[in-house]
Design a protein around this ligand. Structure first.
Ligand code: WT7
Length: 632
């Protein structure tokens, strides 16, 4: 059954209902899912704790709503279409029946390896269908998956394994990305030198590269599933049992594990998928994200599969073997909804329109954007050259913590305005706050974006540290969830996201904590202190600029810079590598020792005329020295 909105007046009507009576609004939507036992109470909440529970005492298994639910009506319909890295290599088309059988087989493997309800399983895999099968098999047996993007380093992986106390890792031998063949299993091996929590590792063979298998701990995926039954009785889960943990960066400390639970996430990911993309049966949908991020969780795997959609998984990169690859795939599978990030659009824009010319792109109905603010130029390029001016663009604002899309047009329904995420989805009650904690009502206002009322897909806690959840999201504004983003509501009441207002930077749609990058830089033995800021970057959105105080003994600057980059790659991964590193004699600090990041940000941006008052600094002269050595 579908809860799809069809008209703009329908949207306003649903929105009003969702605010006037949120419980009945969501209960009606939840009623169209399969529950093993219906819930007793729709919502209990308080944002002080925070303590939020949806569909209390409801019993379900999310995979029954993906698999069993679609078997009889669409068993032979493609659930996942997998396009390999190499255009000439065979693709894979997995029907709902096959997905059911593969998930059951792998569920039986997990059971055989002793995985029980509540156990934590790390998934560190490339973009192959088995990554989705792994997620669903975990959900089916009641294990909590934590997918770690396969570009993270062994240190970052070890941190996550230790934080969530995982006992199983699912991985692959290697990963094909463009021209590269990247080792994967050996990264896990390195991570496991830091911990002995992991009892079992299951390795999917993708590249055939050499790996070492540890007797009794490591098993091949293809051997493990051999002879396993293709049926498995899904474990009964409570609505508020954990479904998954996904680590994300914040302004302080190490990444935190955002916890999502079974019932609310299920309802929210499907409802938002169907409505935002206006998915209709038979459509082919493609989201280019990686399953290692929340976009991959909600809009490659859960949302589309709960809807009975055909979802494409692409193993490769947008520019291999040439910058026309995305468009070749769109034509090949007659993609109807295409969802990508502004950074990918800008990276392709650089190559002009020639790579697009050979392709028709006439199957496209909807274009989506996610991960960072989309600049107007990229918006128009996307609209004109990819959408041929006939496809609405859904600029979807949301976060790992929100579980699903929060502010976005409904495709073809909400009038677009370039670079505006437009209006909140039904059930989403936004508030714009001024720095004093007062809500700014009415139109034409700008401030910090908060959410006043719970929605089913919201974060429940940060794993193992509930107080951190409270401090990070519920402490800045009493009784509200604070997003960390700045926002403007224009004269029409449309929302435009302005970017982060905290110490989080957004590099190619990837979220990075400045403190996290600084800690990685400081691992280098010659580094005394560092400060990291973001600056505008033409393709990445934001680039990483690092100011570093070093002991220069026996090193050239070039050597040091390379070593620092290597240190960051080693501690976090290549995505966190600074674009610019400036060795400085000191940092601008207040008398109380606080680094004035505002000044460093302005210098990185090249805004040297608007540094403001620097006379209160401990050493005002340092600013001129830093400006003199600025990296262009
Ligand atoms: C942050 C969340 C949620 C999917 C991917 C990123 C920024 C996300 C938009 C957008 C402007 C956006 C925000 C947000 N962001 N989408 N459409 N317009 N900014 O998830 O890693 O949790 O990052 O990404 O700053 O807070 P994430």
């Amino acid at each position: 059954m579908s809860d799809r909105i069809h008209t703009l007046s329908g949207y306003f009507h649903e929105y009003q209902k969702s605010v006037a009576d949120p419980e009945n609004f969501w209960a009606k939507i939840a009623d169209s899912f399969h529950w093993k036992k219906r819930w007793d109470k729709t919502l209990e909440w308080d944002f002080e704790g925070p303590d939020v529970k949806w569909f209390l005492n409801g019993k379900l298994n999310i995979t029954e709503n993906i698999l069993e639910r679609h078997l009889y009506t669409m068993g032979d319909k493609p659930a996942i279409i997998w396009e390999p890295n190499e255009p000439g290599d065979p693709n894979r088309i997995i029907t709902y029946m096959e997905l059911y059988e593969e998930v059951c087989r792998f569920s039986n493997v997990l059971v055989e390896k002793g995985v029980e309800k509540g156990d934590k399983v790390i998934i560190y895999m490339p973009m192959v269908p088995e990554a989705a099968i792994a997620m669903l098999a975990c959900a089916r047996v009641g294990a909590v998956h934590s997918v770690v993007f396969a570009g993270f380093s062994s240190n970052a992986l070890a941190d996550r394994i230790i934080d969530c106390k995982a006992k199983v890792v699912l991985t692959s031998d290697g990963n094909f990305r463009g021209k590269k063949k990247i080792p994967v299993k050996s990264v896990v091996d390195e991570a496991l030198e830091h911990t002995d929590l992991i009892e079992t590792m299951i390795v999917f063979q993708r590249t055939g590269q050499e790996v070492t298998m540890k007797e009794g701990r490591d098993f091949w995926w293809h051997e493990a599933i051999e002879g396993k039954s293709k049926s498995h009785e899904a474990v009964e889960m409570d609505s508020e049992d954990e479904l998954f943990i996904l680590y994300t960066s914040g302004s302080t400390g190490k990444p935190k594990g955002v916890v999502h639970t079974c019932g609310g996430y299920m309802i929210y990911s499907k409802y938002t998928f169907e409505n935002v993309f206006q998915y209709t049966p038979g459509d082919v949908y493609w989201c280019t994200a990686d399953v290692g991020w929340i976009t991959g969780h909600s809009y490659i795997v859960y949302g589309p599969l709960l809807t009975g959609a055909t979802t494409i998984m692409f193993e490769g990169v947008p520019t291999y073997p040439n910058p026309g690859r995305f468009w070749e795939i769109v034509d090949k599978y007659k993609v109807n909804q295409f969802y990508t990030a502004p950074t990918a659009i800008r990276a392709l824009q650089v190559h002009g329109t020639e790579p697009i010319a050979p392709y028709k792109l006439d199957s496209l109905k909807v274009l989506g954007s996610v991960g960072e603010p989309i600049n107007e130029e990229a918006w128009h390029w996307y609209h004109t050259h990819i959408g041929k001016t006939k496809c609405p663009i859904v600029d979807t604002w949301w976060q790992t913590e929100t579980g699903g899309i929060m502010v976005s047009p409904l495709a073809g329904i909400t009038p677009n305005k370039p670079a505006f995420a437009t209006l909140p989805l039904p059930g989403v009650q936004l508030a714009i706050m001024d720095p004093e904690g007062k809500e700014l009502k009415g139109n034409s206002v700008e401030g910090n974006l908060c959410i006043k009322f719970p929605w089913p897909g919201m974060i429940r806690t940060t794993y193992g540290d509930h107080d951190r959840c409270k401090q990070t999201y519920f402490a800045a504004y009493k009784g509200m969830y604070f997003t960390g983003d700045g926002v403007k509501r224009d004269h029409d009441g449309y929302y435009r996201i302005l970017g982060r207002v905290d110490d989080v930077i957004n590099v190619s749609g990837h979220r990075m904590g400045t403190a996290e990058v600084e800690n990685a830089i400081n691992e280098h033995p010659l580094v005394v202190e560092s400060a990291v800021v973001g600056y505008p970057h033409p393709v990445k959105g934001q680039g990483i600029y690092a100011y570093v105080i070093c002991d220069m003994s026996n090193r050239t600057e070039a050597n040091l810079v390379n070593e620092i980059k290597a240190s960051v790659t080693n501690m976090i991964g290549p995505i966190a590598k600074p674009d610019k590193i400036q060795i400085v004699p000191g940092l601008p600090k207040t008398r109380s020792g606080k680094i004035m990041r505002r000044i460093l940000r302005k210098i990185a941006e090249g805004n040297m005329d608007s540094l403001g008052d620097t006379s209160t600094l401990l050493d005002p002269d340092i600013v001129d020295k830093i400006i003199a050595g600025r990296k262009e």
